[in-house]
Each structure stands twice: as structure tokens, then as C-alpha cells.
Design a protein around this ligand. Structure first.
Ligand code: MF3
Ligand code: CO
Ligand code: CO
Length: 260
């Protein structure tokens, strides 16, 4: 099936919801410190989404997911379920992944935060993952192909001897949370679907310090590294423009330009 191109009206709505998702990650930063539980972070985000942003937290009840955000600590790759029992401590890293629905459209973004003082490995891993996302984004323009994005990410990550999770990928996004196409974080240049202005999708590399293998816990959501080593993730929702890209979930702390 052909990939949906957004109309100018759709794009305005994608911009608006992308902005709300970005603001939510900016909002939560000050609460992320030693002693806070991921359950508390979930409650803060939920209430902010509903009461302040007049939006809907997309994860809540999505295929049965029980909470409003994903909070994935240390060796948790993605889809960590927030819990009052999971208390963040100095030296941890946590990925907070928020997806909002406003006016029928989705905005999806995540960032890995440090709690207190990170280890040297954590700093290297988190910054490699962030840079790999940016390298994938910089490739985006009409005429480029999905394999060009995957290749840009893979080349950078593997050069630094980290590994890429293969089981989960970026995705088309709009009225549907997880739409076509699948955006793989590895691949070969000049392969895959050609990008066209008006496409919107996420790029969300999950990068492991050890081996790439992952395991699903018995809760059927939490994904962990098989070797229990550290893992990081960063995600943006991207629009393909006539000349390149626009990062719909751009934040003030991003070190890449909103448009390119
Ligand atoms: N936000 C995640 C993504 O980037 C998906 C979370 S689905 C949930 O695609 F059900 F776990 F919330
Ligand atoms: Co996503
Ligand atoms: Co997400």
C-alpha cells in the first residue's frame, strides 16, 4: 500500500501535536532526579497531557499498555512500564517516551536522561545514540531512500562499537500511531522506499553497549537487553519537506537544527 502523504492541513496538526510532545519532555526534565519513581513521572506526564495540554496520552490502553508514558531504565530497551516501585538512583539512565494525540494526530518523541552523575560508558552510549538519530535525520529529503537513513545510523553506531537493536524500528505516524513504513535503524544506501514531501515518520534508534539481542519480559511489554548491559534510545517525529526535513518534536535542548 502507498504511504500516505499529509495535506497542508494535516501538517499543521502534526506540527501542533509534535510541539506538545516536545514541550512535555522539556516539562518532565526537572522531576527526573534520584528518589523519584517512574510511576510518579507517569502521573505528572499524564496530568500535564490531560489538564494542561488538553491532549490524549496515546500509550494508555494502546494494545493494553497500562500507563501514559514508557519509562525504560538502564538495561530496559523500550516499553518500560512506569511503577511506584521503580525508584531512580544516582548513575541510572532513563528513556522517557511520550506520545500525544491532539485533533486526531500523533506526536511521538523520546529522550534518554541521566540521573545524577553518569558513568563514562553511559555518557558515551547516550551521546552516540543521540548523534545516530541526528545522522539519520540529516539524510531525510525527497528522493532519499529509507535505506539511506538506516545506513547512516548503522555506520556511525558500529564505528563506535555499539550495537543496534533489530527487533524494533521507527514508523509512519499521523492519524495512526504505528503506520507504514517501517523505518529500520540499519540498512544499505540506495535501498528501500523513496521519501516524498509530506511523509511523516519517526526515527528512534535503540543502541546497546553490549550485544544487540533483546528479550521480552513476562509482562509482555518490557524489552531488556539479553546480556543486561546498558541501552539507550532517542526518538523524533520527522516531516519530509520539499527541501529536506522538519523535526516536528524539536526541543530547546536539541543540538540539531529544527529544519534542514
Ligand atoms: N512510543 C513508542 C514508540 O516510539 C510506542 C509505545 S507503545 C506502548 O513507538 F504501548 F508501549 F506505549
Ligand atoms: Co515511535
Ligand atoms: Co515513542
Amino acid at each position: 500500500m502507498a504511504i500516505e502523504l499529509k495535506t497542508p492541513e494535516d501538517i499543521e496538526k502534526m506540527r501542533a501535536v509534535g510541539r506538545l510532545a516536545a514541550v512535555q519532555l522539556e516539562m518532565i526534565e526537572e522531576y527526573i532526579k534520584p528518589g523519584v519513581s517512574t510511576g510518579e513521572l507517569d502521573r505528572i506526564c499524564h496530568n500535564y497531557t490531560v489538564d494542561v495540554q488538553n491532549a490524549i496520552p496515546a500509550p494508555l490502553n494502546y494494545h493494553g499498555f497500562p500507563k501514559s508514558i514508557c519509562a525504560s531504565v538502564n538495561h530496559v530497551v523500550c516499553h518500560g512500564i512506569p511503577s511506584d516501585e521503580k525508584i531512580l538512583k544516582d548513575g541510572d539512565i532513563v528513556n522517557i517516551d511520550v506520545t500525544l494525540i491532539k485533533d486526531g494526530f500523533h506526536g511521538d518523541t523520546s529522550k534518554t536522561f541521566y540521573i545524577g552523575k553518569p558513568s563514562i560508558l553511559a555518557k558515551r552510549l547516550v551521546s552516540n545514540c543521540k548523534e545516530s538519530l541526528y545522522r539519520g535525520i540529516r539524510v531525510v529529503r525527497p528522493g532519499a531512500q529509507l535505506g539511506d537513513i538506516g545506513s547512516a545510523i548503522q555506520t556511525y553506531v558500529e564505528k563506535n562499537r555499539f550495537s543496534i537493536v533489530r527487533e524494533y524500528c521507527g514508523h509512519g505516524i499521523g492519524k495512526i500511531f504505528h503506520d507504514e513504513p517501517q523505518v529500520l535503524h540499519y540498512g544499505n544506501p540506495h535501498t528501500g522506499i523513496e521519501l516524498k514531501a509530506g511523509m511523516t515518520f519517526t526515527i528512534e534508534p535503540m543502541i546497546n553497549a553490549g550485544k544487540p539481542g533483546v528479550r521480552l519480559l513476562r509482562d509482555q511489554w518490557t524489552v531488556v537487553t539479553k546480556d543486561h548491559k546498558l541501552t539507550a534510545q532517542w526518538e523524533h517525529t520527522i516531516l519530509v519537506t520539499e527541501t529536506g526535513y522538519e523535526i516536528l518534536t524539536h526541543r530547546n535542548d536539541d543540538t540539531i537544527e529544527r529544519c534542514g
